[in-house]
Design a protein around this ligand. Structure first.
Ligand SMILES: *Cc1c(COP(=O)(O)O)cnc(C)c1O
Length: 407
């Protein structure tokens, strides 16, 4: 059964309360909903104050690339929900990954990543970082021994994502934190799929949490956003100096949208998880379905770890394979099920209140060779569903339309 996380010591408030209340103080007008400061710069009362604020950005706002009150409110709220000392908002999830790399790594450093990370993360941490003399080793997601064996004297960072897309493989965050810290390295966890409603990686020993606010945090598919949550020291010394110069900042408008999204995150995610569990159980009973991948099912190989690490919840993303005799037939059948839907959106986004459906082998994993896909388990008959808030009976009927008419 899911439980509320313990309240942080400072306020005594539970996470659900902080999700609604944590923000900068109201302005002199007493607005009830947090203000949207849609401004690129801030007027200084006099030159002396201006000089001070430019030298000490924490004391007063000057320019939105440096800091903005709406963005600060979002950072404070997300940090509170993750149990982090601080957060820094970025223009997208990928710019959070870039900022982390720029803030922590230098030429000659080594990184260990799961081989099942988000596709753009694999490209950025592999191909792109290699151009700057940073080497990344990719290891199997679930195999802690492979992570341990990949450690070198120059390993600076371990970077994991749990659960993964689309097969919902987990990694044991506490075990990876121990491997990282024994090696004198840091552990970063992409918490995009789980959100702080399911798991708070910092409480399990991770040092850094990466977010794409584009997914569940917004939850209604409106804006791009990202964030890094970590210690105050890492934010102040490693990340803030870079972002102020490099400028991959979150726009105040997008920050405001995601700030308001956080207020309903817990309700949405818990409801979407409950629907996903019911849908996964139903899919397991359909004769045309070969296998369902969902951490909330007892049949998931890491079900026990999922229940322990994810607050008793399986998440809102599941995938399943349709039965087929060949990859060609699997692809045709998956396309038939997807194209027979009238309700689910055929789109790559996830975490939305609108259910989305995709064919990973021809979208997120389309650039891999058939052999690489087979070894990653992303077969042609695989379908991913990111479950939203529509009525469960309507979702079942939508999937059944294709499943019951397979050739
Ligand atoms: C979408 C996604 C990202 C990238 O986020 P953007 O906001 O699209 O840049 C990173 N990690 C995971 C797990 C994602 O799903």
């Amino acid at each position: 059964m899911s439980q509320d996380f313990h309240a942080p010591a400072e306020t005594g408030w539970h996470v659900d309360t902080l999700a609604v209340r944590q923000a900068l103080p109201r302005s002199q007008y007493g607005e009830h909903s947090e203000a949207l400061y849609l401004t690129s710069s801030f007027v200084q009362p006099d030159s002396e104050t201006s000089a001070h604020n430019f030298a000490h950005p924490a004391d007063g706002y000057t320019y939105t690339r440096t800091a903005n009150p709406t963005v600060t409110s979002f950072e404070q709220r997300l940090a509170a929900m993750e149990g982090a000392e601080a957060a820094i908002a970025t223009a997208s999830g990928m710019s959070a990954v870039l900022l982390m790399a720029m803030g922590l790594l230098k030429t000659g450093d080594h990184v260990i990543c799961s081989q099942s990370m988000f596709g753009s993360t694999i490209k950025l941490m592999g191909t792109d970082m290699a151009r700057f003399g940073i080497e990344t080793t990719f290891v199997p997601q679930t195999d802690a021994e492979a992570w341990r064996a990949a450690v070198r004297p120059n390993t600076r960072l371990l970077f994991a994502e749990t659960p993964t897309n689309p097969l919902t493989d987990l990694c044991d965050i506490a075990a990876l934190a121990e491997i990282a810290h024994n090696a004198g390295a840091l552990l970063a966890v992409d918490n995009c799929f789980a959100t702080p409603v399911l798991q708070r990686p910092l409480s399990l020993g991770a040092d850094i949490v990466i977010h794409s606010g584009t997914k569940f945090l917004d939850g209604q598919g409106r804006v791009m956003a990202g964030a890094i949550c970590s210690s105050r020291k890492l934010v102040d010394e490693c990340f803030n100096p870079i972002i102020r110069a490099a400028g991959m900042v979150l726009s105040p408008f997008n920050a405001w949208v995601v700030l308001k999204g956080l207020e309903t995150l817990s309700l949405r995610v818990k409801a979407q998880c409950a629907q996903a569990l019911e849908l996964a159980r139903w899919l397991e009973q359909q004769p045309q379905v070969e296998r369902v991948f969902y951490p909330g099912l007892a049949s998931h190989p890491q079900h026990e770890l999922a229940m322990r690490q994810q607050n008793g919840l399986g998440g809102a993303v599941l995938s399943f394979t349709v039965k087929a005799d060949s990859p060609e037939q699997g692809r045709a059948r998956a396309f038939h099920v997807i194209d027979s839907t009238q309700l689910c959106s055929i789109t790559a986004n996830l975490g939305d209140v609108k259910t989305t459906i995709t064919h990973p082998a021809s979208t997120s994993h389309g650039r891999l060779s058939e052999e690489q896909r087979q070894s990653a388990g992303v077969v042609q008959g695989l379908i991913r569903v990111a479950v939203g808030l529509e009525h469960l009976d309507d979702l079942k009927a939508d999937l059944l339309r294709g499943l019951s008419t397979l050739a």
